[in-house]
Every structure is written in C-alpha cells, then in structure tokens.
Ligand binder design. Structure first.
Ligand code: GDD
Ligand code: MN
Length: 393
C-alpha cells in the first residue's frame, strides 16, 4: 500500500501544527492523486482550457491530476496553466527553460509525480480523452501493465492524415520493429497509461530523444512489457500547429541508433561526427573554386574554407545534434564564437598529434587518422560543455 488516505493529519508525516493553533482550522488533507496525466506543451495556449474541461468531465470522481510540462512557450501557455492551477489544485505546471523535447518533457513530468498510475496525452485534443477512465480501469484490474491508445488496432483510425504523413508513419512503425514487439500495432503512439513501476524500471535507460517515448519505454524495459491496446480515432488538431517537422525524422533515427549502439558510443558524438563529415564536403566546395577559379593562395583559401566549414558545422550541430538545447539570437552568436575558438584549438591539436604519430611510425595515413580522431573528440567534448552547456548526455 503506497499511502493511507484515511490517516488523520496528526498521524500523517505532515509537519505538526503548533499547540496554539486551532486544529479545526487546519486544512483537511485528502489523498494524493492516483493518476497523473502528463501533457507536454509547446504553444498550446488555445487548447488548454478545453482539454482541462474534458478531463474534468470524463474522469469524474477519480483522484487525478494533470501536469503540464511546458518548454517556455512564447504564447504564454505556462501562464495560463498557472492561472487555472490557482483555482484547481489538480492542475500543475512545470515550466522548463532553454530546453526542448516532447519525450524529455514527459519524463520530467513523471518524475515530479507520486501517483501510482501515469498517463501521457497531447494537448491538442487529437487523442480521445474518453479512453482515460477505461485505461485506468484496465490497469486496476491488472489486464496489463501498460495500456496504449492505438490508431492501427482494429477499430482505430488515423483520421484525416494526408497520404504523405500516413506513409511516413508506416515507415516509422516498420523501423521500430528493432525496438518493440511485433504485435504492438501503434508503437509511435503518444497516448498511453502505465503502472508507475513500468516507468521506474526503465527510467535510467530511457534515451528521451525526440517524440517517441512509448517506443523508448518498450525498448528500455529490462523485461518484455505486458501491454494492451485500445483503439481510437486520431482527431484533427483543435487549434495551433503541429511541432512535427523534418527534423523529427532525424530525432527518430537518433533514438533508434541510441538504443542500438548508445551503450558503446554516445549518439551525440555520432551525430557530431556525421555533421563533421558534411563539413569536410563544405570545406572542399569552398576551397576548390577559390584555388581553381580565383587563383587564391593556398594558405588564404584554406583559412577561408576552414572558417566556412566551422560555421556550417556549428549551424548544423545547433539544429541537429543539440536540437534540444538550440541557441537563438545573441546566444547563437556567442555559441558560434565559442565553437570556432574550441575548434581552432582542436585543429592545432589535430596537427600536433598527427605530426607526432607520423614522426614516430612513419605512416602518414595513421598520423592523419590519429589527428582527426583526437581533434574530433576534443571538439565534441569542449563544445558540448562550453557552446551548448550540456553536462549530461
Ligand atoms: N514540452 C514540449 N516540448 N512539448 C512539445 C514539444 C516540445 O519540444 N514539441 C511538441 N510538444 C507537445 C505539443 O504541444 C503537443 O501537446 C504534443 O507535444 C504533440 O505535439 P504535436 O506537434 O501535436 O505532434 P503530432 O500531433 O504531430 O504527433 C503526436 O501524435 C502522434 C500520434 O499519437 C505525437 O504525440 C507523436 O509522438 C505521435 O506519434
Ligand atoms: Mn498533435
């Protein structure tokens, strides 16, 4: 038994009130929430009130709470949630700064909850909230440890998606088979409810990259999850815009990669190296015309090309590798400066190590490779801390 709602205030672990206080004026303590509904939000101001109304009407007397995890939306979503929270203790707001990411937002919301049941639902009313009480009942009767709202189970529907998005979703589902069981029809679902233990046994292994927390949970669980799917029709977004874009596909690739090789090499380093390789192409695309067409001196052309490649690498890493910590405005400029500075030192180390290895072993390929590896690792580690301020994965 996690808690006893029938404990009186004096018997509970709550701080005792002073002897001069009138016990009858003490607030009545009720049981905590049994179900925490986590709602990740970014610019969902127009959907919040309606979602809360619908939760109230469909969950009735159940002991629930809703935790909005907002990434500092410019449209003031968090302010609105706090306003609603001041009138209803079941509503809570977590406002994150300088962070982005649907999955990581959900993880933080869950960590802030004490409820034995955890649900995730989008704010835009595309998921059918009527399923929430059914999911809760199914979990309570131990039909499964995780219940998934499915668009692909018999009776479910993807709604009014255009052919392109439907195709993308099907490809994503097929790719996910390396992570999730074959009979889970909608591993990309953003709508599910689970027993707290499901979250707790996987939390340390979660990648929490991008949008696909459910697939992440299945892949991170130490043993196969006992799941059940409930079909529903995916509705149209109520108001506002989808945050899904082409980079979501990149995030998904990074999630798959992290699950497959993350225990050997950090997936951010892989992303950083891919961007670095693209930077080499940019380098030559600048260098070649400078030398061939304009007859620029090699040292000058090489310096210009290096500078362009560094800027390109910084911009691309900012959008892809560090999407969750993306720098904007003057912080972009500051980040670019720190990146160029760090990579200049990295370049110096590259040449020094390469020269040393070449002098020692007499093989220039080995020297060049050693220089590249040392330079890349230096650039990665230093820019991770100083440019993007990440001290964790
Ligand atoms: N905190 C936070 N940070 N929330 C975010 C972020 C973010 O960076 N990006 C999106 N969200 C929130 C949105 O505000 C919304 O409440 C929810 O996450 C889903 O985002 P949408 O932009 O509406 O995504 P979608 O409709 O294209 O896709 C959703 O539904 C699919 C089907 O269930 C997602 O849940 C997908 O993961 C899912 O496959
Ligand atoms: Mn949506």
């Amino acid at each position: 038994m996690l808690r006893n709602p029938h404990l009186s205030r004096r018997q509970s672990a709550a701080p005792a009130i002073g002897p001069e206080e009138d016990p009858s004026s003490a607030p009545q303590l009720g049981p905590g929430a049994e179900l925490s509904i986590i709602v990740p939000t970014f610019n969902e101001h127009q959907n919040i009130v309606l979602l809360v109304e619908r939760l109230r009407s469909c969950l009735g007397e159940a002991h629930w709470e809703v935790i909005f995890v907002d990434d500092n939306s410019p449209d003031g979503t968090a302010d609105l949630v706090r306003e609603l929270a001041s009138m209803d203790a079941r509503i809570r707001c977590i406002q994150r700064h300088d962070r982005r990411g649907l999955s990581s937002a959900c993880v933080e919301g869950m960590l802030s909850s004490s409820a034995p049941y955890l649900a995730v639902i989008d704010a835009d009313l595309q998921h059918d909230e009527q399923l929430l009480p059914v999911m809760l009942a199914e979990l309570k009767r131990n039909a499964a440890e995780i219940i998934v709202g499915s668009r692909y189970a018999p009776g479910g529907d993807i709604g009014d998606w255009d052919a392109g998005r439907a195709r993308m979703s099907r490809v994503a589902v097929r790719l996910s088979r390396v992570l999730v069981p074959a009979d889970l029809t909608d591993p990309m679902s953003g709508f599910f409810m689970m027993h707290r233990s499901v979250f707790e046994k996987s939390v340390d292994r979660l990648s929490a990259i991008g949008f696909k927390l459910l697939a992440d949970l299945f892949a991170s669980s130490p043993e196969p999850l006992r799941f059940k799917e409930l079909p529903y029709r995916f509705r149209n977004r109520h108001a506002g815009e989808s945050k899904l874009d082409s980079v979501t596909a990149w995030d998904y690739a990074m999630l798959l990669l992290d699950k497959l090789i993350g225990h050997i090499v950090p997936v951010r380093f892989v992303a950083f190296s891919i961007v670095g390789a693209a930077g080499v192409a940019v380098h030559f695309a600048v260098l070649t015309p400078l030398i061939r067409l304009l007859g620029t001196r090699f040292v000058v052309a090489q310096a210009i090309a290096t500078f362009c490649a560094m800027t390109f690498n910084f911009a691309l890493n900012n959008v892809l590798t560090y999407r969750d910590a993306r720098l904007r405005g003057w912080r972009w400029l500051r980040g670019w400066f720190l990146f160029v500075l760090a990579c200049s030192v990295g370049g110096f180390m590259n040449v020094t190590v390469a020269t040393f290895v070449y002098a020692t072993y007499g093989t220039w390929v080995l020297g060049a490779l050693a220089g590249i590896v040392i330079g890349a690792v230096w650039n990665y580690v230093v820019t991770k801390f100083f440019t993007w301020n990440r001290s964790h994965p």
